[in-house]
Design a protein around this ligand. Structure first.
Ligand code: HEM
Ligand SMILES: *[C@@H]1O[C@H](CO)[C@@H](O)[C@H](O)[C@H]1NC(C)=O
Ligand SMILES: *[C@@H]1O[C@H](CO)[C@@H](O)[C@H](O)[C@H]1NC(C)=O
Ligand SMILES: *[C@@H]1O[C@H](CO)[C@@H](O)[C@H](O)[C@H]1NC(C)=O
Length: 510
């Protein structure tokens, strides 16, 4: 009899210990779960509907989905809600839906929201692009002001650079009729970069391999630094950001090329003040004048040039890459475009006004950008002071807010046959007195490719004419088509390896 209780007792004690342990474990799990829920519910954005799991940690799954299927996620939210949020790895982004909410977002005052601070959140531009240019965007003022006002005067340079660059960068076999596969994104980036920098720094620097290398070095440094800063917690970022060497080194290297030209312009400006010599009339001079206006050192001009290239080259080469793929996938539009371009060039030559008047091409570019963009969002803003939107949504300071541009652009409320590529839809809508009602450069609450409102892309007048001139050149000189069996999924960012077949133009326009 005695023998049995002991093991039982031992067992019981054993069991009891087990129970204690499980209790602790359960208690601990319970505590963690409560903290988890408190943390989750304490999230100031808790009341905004989330696409995908909103719980901490689980939201990483959503972030993964958003990263790979961003447009789908945005569309899902757009269909269901006026305001929703999507997860990124380190934060939620609040998204507004529909033209009226877009209008509300773009009208929020600069005291409450900031585009520059939003860009800073994504690429840490304070440490990667340049600290001072984030605070004093002198290039934005110059692009919006003198550059846009003087496009007419600058345009012959853009055309000259483009005409020199194309045969060098895209040589075709002398053997007639042979197709060559060309990786479009890199090729276009190269031509866009030359045409744009011809305006930014002029000859001979825009063709100087050493200068072009410094620009590439700079772009690589920015992305290297950004990748490192992206994985840093906020507080450490400032310290690390300040000691990362690459961007500073690349800026120094660019400075060696640019600084002598700045000195020369300063000298000439001085001479004009003393009433001998002509005032130079170019981008560098305007940047210098802008630094003087805001009382900064002329050394600052180097950062202004780098920031200009940074805003101009990537966006523009993506846009023309999309346009070329759309043309290659719909070759039936080649003929009407050729007729338009040829007639206008014959009559006016390659002038700014001639390019402006290519309304079919204009409509084609606008339609291409309606369907294809880089991110599917626009009007990116960082909230600086708590705001409440018209539908009652409260958005606290520090939140990133964007508009779902790709979902707006494919909403049938605003566009008939919204999913289809109809390149002349804007042309057909309205051509009165030889001008187009809605042009490539026009922004509106249902067309956000260039943003909308006060901060709408100031480079859009420049880039619209630059890209139309490049397209016109291609339309006149080359035939294009997709590679055999290739499908063009038009809204994605084409990978650098995506190719289009080009050959020397065969047919003449009758
Ligand atoms: C097809 C090419 C381009 C596209 C799609 C594009 C698009 C945009 C967008 C969406 C914005 C933000 C607008 C907003 O949030 O309201 C923007 C801003 C800006 N863009 Fe562009 N852009 C292009 C080309 C250029 C070029 C060529 C330049 C320079 C010459 C440029 C300079 C700028 C600058 C300086 C800003 C900041 C404006 C501000 O802070 O107020 N962009 N761009
Ligand atoms: C100009 O900036 C872009 C990034 O926006 C970069 O890819 C490019 O390498 C830079 N420079 C040149 C010469 O293309
Ligand atoms: C087009 O021209 C007609 C006659 O000259 C004029 O009445 C009309 O307002 C013009 N329309 C536009 C959009 O400029
Ligand atoms: C489009 O932009 C042009 C150039 O700024 C302007 O003259 C025109 O009135 C705009 N059209 C519309 C429909 O907003």
């Amino acid at each position: 009899m005695l023998a049995t209780p002991i093991p039982q007792y031992v067992d019981a004690r054993h069991l009891c210990r087990m129970e204690d342990k499980t209790q602790y474990i359960f208690a601990l799990l319970g505590l963690l779960a409560s903290l988890y829920f408190i943390y989750w519910k304490a999230d100031p954005l808790y009341n905004i509907p989330a696409i995908g799991p909103s719980a901490p940690i689980l939201s990483y799954l959503g972030a993964y989905r958003y990263y790979y299927h961003g447009r789908q996620v945005l569309r899902e939210g757009y269909r269901k809600y006026k305001v929703f949020r999507v997860p990124m790895l380190d934060r939620w982004v609040v998204v507004v839906s529909g033209a009226d909410m877009n209008e509300e977002l773009r009208k929020l005052p600069d005291t409450h929201v900031s585009l520059a601070q939003a860009v800073n959140e994504f690429i840490h531009s304070k440490y990667t692009v340049a600290r001072d240019i984030t605070d004093h965007p002198i290039h934005t003022a110059v692009i919006r002001g003198p550059l846009t006002r003087n496009l007419n005067l600058l345009f012959p340079d853009v055309v000259d650079e483009m005409k020199t660059a194309f045969p060098e960068v895209m040589p075709l076999p002398t053997h007639d009729g042979e197709w060559v596969a060309i990786s479009v994104r890199n090729t276009m980036a190269c031509i866009v970069s030359r045409a744009s920098n011809r305006v930014f720094v002029g000859l001979p620097l825009c063709r100087d391999p050493k200068f072009l290398d410094t620009l590439v070095e700079y772009a690589l440094s920015v992305s290297k630094a950004r990748d490192i800063l992206n994985v840093m917690p906020g507080r450490v970022r400032g310290i690390v950001g300040n000691v990362l060497p690459w961007v500073k080194r690349a800026t120094r290297h660019a400075s060696v090329c640019i600084q002598p030209m700045v000195q020369e312009r300063l000298q000439r400006l001085q001479n004009t003040d003393d009433d001998h010599g002509d005032k130079p009339h170019d981008y560098l001079t305007w940047l210098i004048e802008e630094t003087q206006k805001v009382k900064l050192s002329p050394d600052f001009v180097v950062q202004g040039i780098l920031a200009s290239n940074f805003s101009a080259v990537h966006t523009a080469s993506n846009s023309i890459t999309h346009a070329l793929f759309n043309l290659a996938a719909h070759t039936q539009y080649m003929q009407p475009l050729r007729e338009e371009v040829e007639d206008i060039i014959k009559e006016h030559g390659w002038t700014y006004n001639a390019i402006k008047e290519m309304w079919k091409l204009d409509s084609f570019m606008r339609e291409s950008q309606r369907l294809c963009g880089v991110t599917g969002v626009s009007l990116m803003r960082k909230v600086l002071l708590d705001i409440t939107l018209s539908d009652g949504t409260y958005i606290p300071k520090g939140t990133l807010v964007v508009a779902a541009s790709s979902a707006t652009h494919t909403d049938k409320t605003y566009y008939e046959n919204a999913e289809a590529f109809v390149p002349f839809r804007f042309y057909d809508m309205c051509t009165e007195n030889g001008t187009l009602g809605t042009q490539f450069v026009n922004t509106s609450k249902d067309y956000l490719a260039f943003g909308h409102g006060k901060h709408a892309c100031p480079g859009r007048f420049f880039v619209a004419h630059e890209l139309k001139a490049m397209m016109a050149y291609i339309i006149l000189h080359y035939d294009v088509k997709l590679e055999d069996g290739a499908l063009w999924v038009w809204h994605d960012i084409p990978p650098p390896s995506a190719k289009i077949l080009f050959r020397k133009r065969q047919s003449e326009v009758e």
